[in-house]
Design a protein around this ligand. Structure first.
Ligand code: BGC
Length: 432
């Protein structure tokens, strides 16, 4: 056991993947510098997209709103209404595959899928809050233009198109008039965190997602968003950081090789180091690289070399039950082989936890709030990778306490169920 751990640790260290070799303070400083650059319009890997969502509008009770939640590979629709106490009641739930997740679609076919989903709901409300989990430039009227697809969605003609307008116009042609408010899923998660503010007073709000993809939203003063000159200087709004594209985190040779095989090489390299779409693949590449360095037995190596795919969920299962079935489960592996593979996967997760913590800390610090223990920064975290991958959440939270606690900054981590739906409903109902 001790020997397997030592070998794995030496290997991770030599590769540059060990958390000991990561300069946390420098990384945090670079994250914050990229955020500043993105706000001013200077070259930056962080798009820092204004959402035009002020977070302090009251949410009307008793008014229904249609919500759409287009996530990684799924699409959900529902109607939501808030009661007088601010509690959300959801109804009319329906679940679909995300158009473009299984096959390449034309723009016409893509938008038509949404028309078909909305037709049976259209008589229930006249507004749609649309949680859209892909990078989109938001316009002041609440629509959004897709910048680029992430999460391997294939509908190339939709890139550059306005999402709400395209669906809305097609519905209008059928005599249906709906007002669309498009928002990023992290902005929705931030708003869902805000929706629990009646329980506690918070200094500011952050929304963080670590699921198939990753991203962050926080609240910024308009006067600091200097790349735009059309914002009321006294106002504030949620910013979609698009943190998955952060380009300054140190990459290893294994990260580079994984990136080369994706749909968008060179882009979203941070997402490729921490999110659910990639942690399993990265672990497998790491295990194969370790096999090349002789870290596994003569019987185990050939088996490991021929494993084709490992998902994040399968990697997590292996950690919980190393002798169980799954792509890595083969009798040829010795006990020591399994331990070494487990330590390597844990190394990938440990680095993801540290990077996630740096990312969250940068947003909390950028908010400028949390100086008083009675008004901490509310950080609402969503995403199965964060909560379900073994060791990720506790390690991320330990790093966060070190980074922010050491600076006297107070924060509170919360988890609001159904955040994307609740946030989309709030955004749809509060648009003037
Ligand atoms: C997208 C973001 C999204 C995040 C989390 C990323 O791939 O670029 O817009 O917020 O995934 O779903």
């Amino acid at each position: 056991m001790a020997r397997s751990r030592e070998k794995a640790q030496e290997f991770l260290k030599a590769l540059g993947m060990s958390t000991d070799s990561i300069g946390v303070e420098q990384l945090l400083a670079e994250f914050r510098a990229e955020m500043d650059a993105g706000l001013s319009g200077a070259p930056s890997s962080l798009a820092m997209i204004p959402t035009f969502i002020p977070i302090d509008r009251p949410v009307p009770a008793g008014t229904p709103v249609i919500v759409l939640d287009a996530g990684g590979t799924h699409l959900r629709a529902a109607t939501v209404v808030f009661d007088e106490a601010g509690r959300a009641q959801a109804d009319d739930f329906a679940r679909f595959r995300m158009p473009g997740a299984d096959e390449e679609l034309s723009a016409e076919a893509f938008f038509d899928c949404f028309v078909q989903i909305l037709l049976p709901l259209a008589h229930k409300a006249d507004r749609v809050g649309f949680c859209f989990s892909y990078p989109a430039e938001i316009t002041p009227d609440g629509d959004g233009r897709l910048l680029t697809w992430t999460k391997e969605i294939r509908a190339p003609e939709v890139e550059g198109a306005y999402i709400g307008r395209n669906i809305g116009d097609r519905l209008k042609a059928r005599g249906i008039d709906l007002q669309f408010t498009l928002l990023n899923d992290t902005a929705a998660v931030l708003l869902a965190g805000k929706s629990i503010a009646r329980i506690q007073d918070f200094g500011s709000y952050v929304g963080f997602i670590l699921g198939t993809g990753t991203n962050t939203a926080y609240v910024e003063d308009n006067r600091r968003i200097t790349k735009r000159n059309d914002l009321a200087p006294q106002g504030r709004q949620a910013i979609n950081v698009e943190s998955g594209n952060f380009s300054r985190s140190p990459r290893t040779a294994v990260d580079e090789r994984l990136d080369e095989g994706t749909n968008n090489p060179g882009e979203y390299t941070f997402e490729k180091m921490i999110s659910g779409a990639y942690l399993g693949r990265l672990s497998l590449r790491l295990i194969k690289a370790a096999a090349d360095e002789g870290l596994f037995s003569g019987r185990g190596s050939p088996h490991l070399r021929q494993v084709r795919r490992l998902s994040t969920v399968q990697a997590d299962r292996f950690l919980r039950d190393p002798a169980g079935a799954g792509p890595l489960g083969n009798p040829a592996l010795t006990g020591a082989d399994r331990e070494t593979a487990g330590f390597l996967i844990s190394g990938v997760i440990a680095r993801a936890a540290l990077f996630a913590a740096v990312n969250i800390a940068a947003a909390v610090l950028k908010s400028g709030a949390g100086r008083s223990p009675v008004r901490p920064v509310c950080v609402n975290i969503d995403g199965s990778t964060y909560y379900k991958t073994r060791g990720l959440q506790p390690q991320a939270e330990r790093h966060l306490r070190d980074i922010l606690g050491g600076r006297g900054v107070h924060f509170k981590l919360v988890r609001v169920p159904d955040s994307p739906l609740i946030g989309a409903a709030v955004a749809g109902l509060t648009r003037p």
